[in-house]
Design a protein around this ligand. Structure first.
Ligand code: BGC
Length: 388
């Protein structure tokens, strides 16, 4: 038997197991009266292999009109299909059709971000009198957990519901310079309403810092269709954290009133993006943490809404987190071709990364990101989709 043939049989056998599990799960869904056209049990297929031979899977979840494709590499949301006003689905998440470009890209398309989403100044922080040095992978600073953060790691994935996957990984003590072994589970669920819900959970065996997020770039007209500058955005934030030239917060919580950062009333993303405001030069557009009016909440509260007049698709974001990084895709430079084989240019997608504030480990006045043994890190964000 050729190795190829063996691979086919192995994945076919796994497919039978997955189908059996699926039947049990679909039965549960039916019993609860939730089955609708478009619902299907989680499905696993081989997406590719790492250079060392490790198999990377793609899992697909489907609920109502929403379909989500997730990779065991980086916990990456590879595709997210939602219907437009005429019921036609499109993939609204930027990404690649194959594994290879994910291995080298530094755009974090669709990825799970950890241990620390966003920047830590000079990649250094002091906790309980001990100073920790992290990789400086973004000029002088550390970004998104370092050069081999959670987005570049292989996760164990199991189907944990009719439309839910749980991703698990233990990040060893000292990985990317962070103290403590961190056990992380992240559950991706498509809810009854076709919402995409993310529940993060982490524990540690030594004091450390944690700030997990999700780095999907959205384009509600469909990835590869052009710019999102006509999408309309509302951010439920009266303040934001201005930054210095390397995008580290100055510490001020500045009012958005009277500035291009005022998204309290829905406006096109591009309306003020060319205003000669010094903050818009640093990130070549929006690349800022907005301080959500609701603060930290035990249940997800309102953060943002986005809608696309062309397709009629809309999305709202609710989170337990106190902040959201609005990144207008400024560094997409036309050199990466995405899932539908079209080059991504500046502002062809935008991110709404729910989080604690950047550089919190060096800012005692910001909400704390410290996690200690015995404590539990919990965070939930829900992306809800609609069409009009
Ligand atoms: C950051 C950007 C960075 C991007 C990487 C965003 O979360 O805020 O500054 O360039 O991630 O793709």
């Amino acid at each position: 038997m050729s190795p190829d043939r063996r691979t086919v049989l192995t994945s076919a056998a796994a497919g039978v197991a997955a189908t059996a599990a699926g039947i049990a799960q679909a039965g549960t869904a039916r019993a609860a009266g939730r089955d609708r056209p478009g619902d299907a049990a989680p499905r696993r297929e081989t997406f590719g292999r790492l250079p060392d031979g490790t198999r990377i899977d793609r899992w697909t979840l489907a609920r109502g009109g929403t379909r989500l494709g997730v990779l065991s590499y980086g916990g990456i949301v590879q595709t997210l299909e939602v219907p437009d006003r005429r019921g036609r689905g499109a993939n609204v998440s930027l990404g690649f059709a194959t594994l290879e470009p994910y291995l080298s890209a530094t755009t974090y398309f669709g990825a799970l971000i950890g241990r620390y989403g966003n920047r830590i100044a000079e990649g250094r922080f002091t906790l309980d009198g001990r100073t920790h040095q992290l990789p400086r992978n973004d000029g002088p600073n550390s970004l998104h957990g370092g050069d081999a953060g959670f987005d570049k790691r292989v996760w164990d994935i199991t189907a944990t519901g009719p439309a839910a996957l749980t991703l698990r990984r233990v990040s060893p003590d000292g990985e990317m310079g962070y103290p403590g072994a961190l056990e992380v589970t992240v559950t991706y669920t498509l809810t009854d309403d076709g919402d995409f819900r993310i529940d993060y959970h982490a524990t540690t065996d030594a004091p450390t810092v944690v700030n997990l997020t999700q780095h999907t770039y959205f384009n509600l007209s469909g990835e590869g269709s052009g710019s999102v500058l006509d999408h309309r955005l509302e951010l439920v934030a009266s303040r934001y954290t201005p930054v210095g030239a390397t995008l580290i917060p100055t510490g001020e919580l500045a009012r958005v009133a009277g500035t291009p950062f005022d998204f309290r009333r829905r406006k096109p993303v591009g309306r003020d993006i060319r205003t000669a405001h010094p903050q818009l030069r640093y990130g070549q557009g929006y690349d800022h943490n907005f301080v959500l009016d609701k603060g930290i909440t035990s249940r997800p509260g309102p953060a943002a809404t986005l809608d696309d007049p062309a397709s009629g698709r809309s999305m709202s974001v609710h989170t337990t987190e106190p902040g959201v990084q609005f990144y207008s895709g400024n560094f997409l430079d036309g050199t990466l071709s995405g899932s539908s084989d079209r080059f991504y240019r500046q502002s062809d997608g935008l991110c709404l990364e729910t989080q604690h504030f950047p550089d919190s480990p060096n800012r005692p006045d910001f909400p704390s990101t410290v996690l200690r043994p015995g404590g539990t890190y919990r965070s939930t964000t829900v992306y809800s989709f609609g069409a009009r």
